[in-house]
Design a protein around this ligand. Sequence first.
Ligand code: AKB
Length: 327
Amino acid sequence: MSKEMKNILVIGACGQIGSELTVELRNRYGAGNVVAADIKEPKNKELAKSGPFEYVDVTQRASIDTIIKKYGIDTIYNMAAILSAKGEQNPQLCWDVNIGGVINVLQAAVDYDMARVIIPSSIAAFGPDTPRQNTPNDTILRPTTMYGVTKVCGERLCDYYVQHFGVDVRGLRYPGIISSKTLPGGGTTDYAVEIFYKAIEEGKYTCFLRKDTRLPMMYMPDCIRATIMLAEADFDKLHHHNDFNLAAFSFTPAELVQSIKKYIPDFKCNYAPDYRQQIADSWPTSIDDSVAREEWGWSPQWTLDEMTKDMLEKLSARHKAGKLYNP
Ligand code: AKB
């Protein structure tokens, strides 16, 4: 039987996923019951105004403990992470945040008898030896990036804490996430967000991946819904815990350009692949998420063209109001 989630801490709340997840959790659980925490102050006005904010550095256990005690926290979403591209530039930092942070959160969950912990993984857990098309849930995990290494290690650590300490910890393997509110930072799939901003601002974009690089992607509303669905799922029905494949759609940069051109016909895209191409080439092109569908009822709602229309509408409105980068 799962314990009730009453006082939630979101670590990494100012990041791309954390900023929208925190606002949605506040809508569901009450603004005062969801504490946003990060090492930087929130820029997003909705996030900043909607509830409490505290400084937490996930690599410092004492910093997590202080906030757990202050608010009687019983649930942690740990969204703090160094992503794939930044992780290749600074592997030590990637390890410290993605593994040091994860073990701090897991150990805090044991010490404070937490009701629930959510720690995401990524498609970066896969590598060049993994079947690339329709990648199964349970398959070869031999990533070639530091980020991927930390994600596999994190999945295994979380499962260890389920088995040995009875911690209720859950996680899913995010594809590239596209969102209109907070920019991602340091990922290989970031081009799929930047392209929309540049299409609106300049009508052109230079993509750092080849035009035929197919990667699994998802629109933020589906990502938030999936994360909360898994957090609220019946623990007794879960056979997997920390390694759920998650999918919506896959596309190449060229296909995304075609989708944007339906709304901005003159949009131009050039291609100048850099070191991130090698990372992308080691990842799946599409994901089989049937385990998530079977165990907790997952199914995506947004298609590529629906997402493109919504992104362009939202960003155009902000651009006209002179606040494209400051929602
Ligand atoms: C990245 O590109 O590093 C992330 C991811 C797929 O986990 N968006």
